[in-house]
Design a protein around this ligand. Structure first.
Ligand code: HDD
Length: 709
């Protein structure tokens, strides 16, 4: 591999369309210089505005049309540029250049999103997160349009509008926004048991990530890799974040809703702005064609994952996100992903969800972006040359020369000519098909309970508790008893203890039977038993890869640490701790009893990052309290400091303090936690760093829940 990889340059490509107004004169869109943009043209000083004012008309007309329809799903998101680099050639499996040429730096644009909420909704909704990656390869665009969970709610694209209509705000009142905790969603879920696997993931901490930078990503469907000889392997795509996979608690999510609705979007922007570039390794699960039927489930069923214990994930390359967009609308809003954008060497399978998606994404861009020319929008255009006989339509940017727009032609010299096979033309994998046309579902898709049960079994006690709390919260918001009963009935089929816990929380009993059919998704009279022929399968006791406990990293890079101070804080202690944390690329914020500057015990002024009144503990990963008697006195006079520490304890985060902070700590709940490894009084920074890297001390949770904040 050469030292300097080739940069195939999307940034360079975008420059042709990037404008910078620095030092330039204002003009109209027609290029006429403008000398007044504050006053309309009037008939006299106090007179009516004149229709002839083309400067006013142009400005207002453009403004009136500034908005385009938001995405029907995944409306709220953040986009970032980056590069993908391959570790070693995968030519045995695929002929795709990005997976065979280790000499490339392939530009990428990634958009992270929530699913259900409107464009202006809050970041910390309990929801799946979208993780869509556009690879600008030398052979054309490859889009990997995935989520942060490895499975999907439904098995057939035919049900997508039902799923989304059920989760979106109820249509009579347009409530609730960005929340699944309501009747219509649970009416649908309880009737459609194929949803239960993705649904239990949504009830888990995966649905409230600490950061977009600390989430896994999954292509979900089984795709195909096809090599130069035309041999196919099945493949599942994974993104593994090098910062580890981390989540927050629901109590924090609720509070972050108020403290910073842009928490995830800000976090991503600020990290990249500060040069802390998040990285993911691309992982592949590769399955030989002949093993297709070797599993206890159907690998074409998108509600099933392949446990990593059965097919290990091979890490084949790394993606680094390293540049924020120049313009949110031009790039993040107009980017158009499509699971059907593949390049030679990557192909589809018959997964019925994937097949339906192949139609939906172009269709949606036509209404969202308004024209079949959406591929010409700079963020969407490939970095290799494109030529064909497609012409015209709204907002065509390309000026196509010549007389011919048809094939075959002789006038145009037969151009654009067809690619010869050797030149890499796309050829679909020649799958043998011999089948009857049917409208139905394969019985190999019928097991709806084994994998939700595997997921639940694989979680630690504290993760299981979070799942039970989430079900109780969500069902507690439903108003129809028959919907809650049906949910308890199906949860009971996943795990009896879980159903009992949720039923207790709701003040209900787990029903033994229900009088309505459950699986209307496959037929009007279908019952749970129709959909779960035979007992649940236990092909694996637990899968470690499913529990967050096993997905930590050693890094504390970009973790935000609050230093609680008042005037007179011990400057040397602060400097020592700050030096140690920032050496590990953590971000230190002085959170003081007031804004402006705060004095240390040497009477030196230090800039305050946030006044206590303007911030919240939930925006930080850990807290440190230095000594300094005056500072402690000031903090004691600012009662929010006690709430700040108590909340940090409640959310099981690391708390470090110097011995001189004892008077303040005495007022907090700290005495409830003897021998807690993440509460460090008068200890070296190294111990604090290790506990921040561990993310949370969940052992504290049962007691911590009792802290009344
Ligand atoms: Fe989808 C957007 C992911 C099933 C129809 N989807 C969209 C985005 C992501 C996903 C990440 C946002 C892309 C962006 O940032 O612009 N969708 C998925 C995954 C699915 C899935 C992982 C299942 C495995 N989607 C799915 C189905 C359908 C759609 C079954 C329709 C039949 N999805 C859409 C859409 C969207 C979309 C309506 C809205 C905006 C867009 O496409 O560009 O076409």
């Amino acid at each position: 591999m050469s030292e300097e990889k080739k940069e195939t340059g999307k940034s360079k490509d975008l420059k042709a369309n990037t404008k910078d107004a620095s030092g330039k004169t204002m003009t109209t869109n027609q290029g006429v210089k403008v000398n007044d943009t504050n006053n309309s043209l009037k008939a006299g000083e106090r007179g009516a505005s004149l229709l002839e004012d083309f400067i006013l008309r142009e400005k207002i007309t453009h403004f009136d049309h500034e908005r385009i329809p938001e995405r029907i799903v995944h409306a709220r998101g953040s986009g970032v540029h980056g590069v993908f680099e391959l570790y070693e050639s995968l030519e045995d499996y695929t002929k795709a250049g990005i997976f065979t040429d280790t000499n490339r730096k392939t530009p990428v644009f990634v958009r992270f999103s929530t699913v259900a909420g409107n464009k202006g909704s809050a970041d910390l909704a309990r929801d799946v997160r979208g993780f869509a990656t556009k690879f600008y390869t030398e052979e054309g665009i490859f889009d990997l349009v995935g989520n942060n969970m490895p499975i999907f709610f439904i098995q057939d694209a035919m049900k997508f509008p039902d799923l989304i209509h059920a989760v979106k705000p109820e249509p009579d009142r347009d409530i609730p926004q960005a929340a699944s905790a309501h009747d219509t969603f649970y009416d649908f879920v309880s009737h459609t048991t194929e949803t239960l696997h993705n649904h239990i993931w949504v009830m888990s901490d995966r649905a409230i990530p600490r950061s977009f930078r600390m989430m896994e990503g999954f292509g979900i469907h089984t795709f195909r890799l096809v090599n130069a000889e035309g041999k196919s392997h099945f493949v599942k795509f994974h993104w593994k974040p090098l910062l580890g996979t981390h989540s927050i608690t629901w109590d924090e999510a609720v509070k972050i809703h108020g403290a910073d609705t842009d928490f995830h979007r800000r976090d991503l922007w600020e990290a990249i702005d500060a040069g802390q570039f998040p990285e993911w390794e691309l992982g592949l699960q590769i399955i030989p064609e002949e093993d297709e039927h070797k599993f206890d489930f159907d690998i074409l069923d998108p509600t099933k994952l392949i446990p990593e214990e059965m097919v290990p994930v091979q890490r084949v390359g790394k993606m680094t996100l390293n540049r924020n967009p120049d313009n949110f609308f031009a790039e993040t809003e107009q980017v158009a992903f499509h699971p059907g954008h593949v390049v030679p060497g990557i192909d589809f399978t018959n997964d019925p969800l994937l097949q339906g998606r192949l139609f939906s994404y172009t269709d949606t861009q036509l209404s969202r972006l308004g024209s079949p020319n959406f591929h010409e929008i700079p963020i969407n255009r490939p970095i290799n040359e494109t030529h064909n006989n497609q012409r015209d339509a709204h907002m065509r940017m390309t000026v196509d020369k010549g007389k011919t727009a048809y094939f075959p032609n002789s006038i145009g010299g037969g151009c654009p000519h067809l690619a010869k096979m050797a030149q890499g033309g796309f050829t679909s994998y020649e799958e043998r098909i011999d089948a009857k046309k049917i409208r139905g579902r394969s019985t190999s898709f019928s097991d709806h309970y084994s994998q939700p049960a595997l997921f639940y079994r694989s979680l630690t006690d504290w993760e299981q508790q979070h799942v039970a709390d989430a079900y109780t919260f969500e069902l507690g918001k439903c108003t129809y008893d028959h919907i809650k009963k049906r949910m308890l009935y199906v949860i009971n089929h996943i795990d009896k203890d879980l159903a009992t816990k949720v039923a207790n929380g709701l003040g209900m009993q787990v029903p033994k039977n229900i009088d309505q059919p459950v699986n209307q998704a496959i037929g009007a009279d279908a019952t749970v038993e129709d959909h779960q022929p035979g007992p649940k399968k236990e092909y694996l006791d637990r899968s470690e890869a499913l529990s967050l406990t096993h997905l930590n990293s050693d890094s504390i890079a970009t973790r935000k640490i609050a230093f609680l101070v008042g005037d007179g804080f011990d400057g040397e202690q602060v400097m020592k701790m700050k030096k140690a944390l920032t050496a590990e690329n953590a971000m230190v914020h002085l959170v003081a009893t007031h804004g402006g500057t705060v004095k240390c015990d040497h009477d030196k002024d230090h800039e305050v990052d946030a006044a206590l009144l303007t911030t919240e503990s939930v925006l930080y990963d850990a807290v440190y309290v230095p000594g300094g008697s005056k500072s402690i006195e000031a903090l004691l006079n600012a009662p929010k400091s006690i709430k700040f520490i108590n909340e940090t304890l409640k959310h099981c985060k690391a708390v470090a303090a110097e011995k001189g902070a004892a008077d303040l700590l005495d007022q907090t709940a700290i005495s409830m936690f003897k021998d807690d490894k993440a509460i460090l009084i008068g200890k070296d920074p190294e111990a604090f760093i290790a506990q921040i890297a561990a993310h949370r001390n969940w052992v504290r949770q049962p007691e911590a829940m009792k802290i009344p904040v």
